[in-house]
Design a protein around this ligand. Structure first.
Ligand code: AMP
Ligand code: GLY
Length: 410
């Protein structure tokens, strides 16, 4: 089997490695990939946004399966285009990808089907937004409706911050903004394989670390580290999440005729009223994917086949804890420099790479989140200390990382 992975980040590096390990797979291609993937996949020099060229490549090379990593190509309709040419694809169609692409769409669906989430109001005009804040005081959460790479959410702890957010969000005129009740509790990430009205939920959850700095301080990022399993979130909470969120969401998407085929990410929070949805994503989380696929023993293509045929399959996991610490360019998620030389990247199997570029001197940094260092252990403590050993092996002036990835679980 020939499989093409779309994307270039750490999540896609993990997908490449996992798919390459499948007994069904002979070769893996990646568009656009990054230079650190070259030992594991054939990097194809086509832009991720050039959908016609991607389709042509699949036809020319007789690609058997396309796995789409990031949200943008899903929201731009790449899955629809591939399907129209009878190319098999893992990743939802454009309409179904609205579960991630529009916060207002997702909130409406949750309201209609009574799926537990924060109460909300969608407002498209600045004056109305300011009036709304008169009666809805901080803490309050303000979200840009569309995709914003993790930067479209302001958790305003004071009324001043909320006002400021309104000024920024409506700077360019009338745009859709979602105002949400602030929820308090511990967050976790649950991945679910979905084929229309059928699903295979992961029975292992992961926990991300969204803020840039130790102690959950600083701005929201794409994610600074993750670990799995999350043993301190109880089986009972997980069971409630399946019953009250996962199955009802799959049913709702089916009833709305979304015909979802792909991975659904449920970002959940454990409140005093039970688990609630913070957000849906139409793809694997990054960096959750990197730790979950490291722990997953099952053959990835076996899972996709079961999913296609709506047959249940038990996911088999290593009896280990996995911890992953992201090394990011200093300044991320704001502006940062590229081109710093990375030394010590010797045991490449201990890392997934988001942004390294090969030069004559060696690998140099080439993006915001650069790589994730993995650690495995019998306990979270051991996994964490192994992850940090792999972090410390990397010698690069331009990088920073959090020192407390996994601490919540200790
Ligand atoms: P999102 O992009 O919707 O996942 O939001 C990014 C982060 O903002 C989440 O991981 C939460 O930490 C925080 N957040 C989003 N919505 C809420 C909410 N209603 N209450 C509290 N925190 C939230
Ligand atoms: N790690 C969160 C996300 O992928 O959106």
């Amino acid at each position: 089997m020939k499989v093409l992975v779309i994307g270039s980040g750490g999540r896609e590096h993990a997908l490449v490695r996992k798919i390459k390990a499948s007994k069904h797979v002979d070769s893996v291609y990646v568009i656009a990939g990054n230079d650190a993937m070259q030992k594991e996949a054939t990097i194809v020099a086509i832009e991720e946004s050039n959908h016609d060229a991607i389709v042509q490549f699949c036809l020319d090379e007789a690609i058997d399966y396309v796995v789409i990593g990031p949200e943008q190509p899903l929201i731009d309709g790449l899955a629809d285009l591939l399907q129209s040419k009878n190319i098999k694809v893992f990743g939802p169609n454009q309409k179904a990808a609205q579960m991630e692409g529009s916060k207002a769409f997702a909130k409406e669906l949750m309201k209609k089907y009574q799926i537990p989430t924060a109460t909300y109001q969608t407002i498209e005009n600045k004056q109305e937004a300011l009036d709304y804040l008169e009666t809805h005081k901080a803490p309050i959460v303000i979200k840009y409706d569309g995709l914003a790479a993790g930067k479209g959410v302001i958790v305003a702890m004071t009324d001043e911050e909320a006002m400021e957010a309104v000024q920024t969000f409506y700077e360019e005129g009338n745009v859709k903004v979602v105002f949400e009740e602030y929820l308090e509790g511990e967050e976790f990430s649950l991945m679910v394989f979905v084929n229309d009205d059928f699903c295979i939920p992961f029975d292992t959850i992961a926990q991300d670390h969204k803020r840039a700095f130790d102690g959950d301080l600083g701005p929201n990022t794409g994610g600074m580290g993750a670990y799995c399993p999350v043993s301190h979130i109880s089986d009972e909470t997980l069971e409630r999440t399946y019953e009250e969120i996962v199955y009802p969401t799959v049913k709702a998407m089916h009833e709305e005729g979304l015909n979802y085929f792909g991975l659904l990410y449920v970002g959940a929070i454990v409140t005093s009223d039970g688990p609630k949805v913070i957000e849906y994503n139409a793809r694997f989380g990054d960096p959750e994917c990197q730790v979950l696929l490291t722990r997953l023993e099952s053959d990835f293509m076996d899972i996709l086949e079961a999913l296609e045929n709506k047959k249940s399959i038990d996911l088999v996991w290593k009896n280990k804890t996995i911890c992953g610490v992201v090394l990011a360019s200093k300044g991320y998620p704001g502006s940062y420099e590229k081109g710093h030389l990375v030394k010590g990247y010797d045991f490449q199997e201990h890392y997934f790479v988001s942004a390294l570029k090969q030069t004559d001197e060696g690998f140099v940094t080439n993006g915001g989140r650069v790589m994730i260092a993995l650690g495995e252990g019998e306990s979270l403590q051991e996994a964490q200390s192994n992850a940090y050993l792999n972090v410390k092996a990397i010698d690069c002036e331009g990088l920073f990382y959090r020192n407390d990835i996994g601490n919540k679980g200790l």
